[in-house]
Design a protein around this ligand. Sequence first.
Ligand code: ZN
Length: 183
Amino acid sequence: MTQAALTPLLHEIQQIHENTPDLTGFGPWPSDLTYAHRAPVSAPVVALLPGRLTTLAAAAPYLEWRRTYRADEVGDDFLNRYGYVELFGPQGHFHSTQLRGYIAYWDRRLDYGWHHHEAEELYFGLEGTPEFLSQSKPSVTLHPGQTRHHAPWEVHSMKTHDTGFLCYALWRGPGLAGLPEMT
Ligand code: ZN
């Protein structure tokens, strides 16, 4: 059953969340989580996932992998080597209206172009050293265990270089159920 396949991943993320002050400061671990079945959707990125999350490989076939963008926006190579899941949130595998939590992966040498969204965002690096760029603050190289914050409607982008980037990302506030848009 899918819930049993996804619960270890939820618990691994919960452990990371509750042991990381930057994450609990952005939003406490949701208290309203309920399982919500979502049909699995595969994507080529599943074959590329790194091993930093020990429960991810077993859960991957049961996850709804999303890509959001169209080939004419980001190109086929990007779509073949990127993907994310909404682990919890308004449309997540576990429903919450308090906070939205994603697991996302970009393979090496991808350019996630300028985009924005209403919700406030916090990235938490799990593996890899991507470059985060913003139109309102200096760019940084994010190392595992570090966070990168984006304010509502902040225009930002991200590039991976010699390493892929696995992250846990959070959204909160107005626009929680929205989507990012290229700018
Ligand atoms: Zn963002």
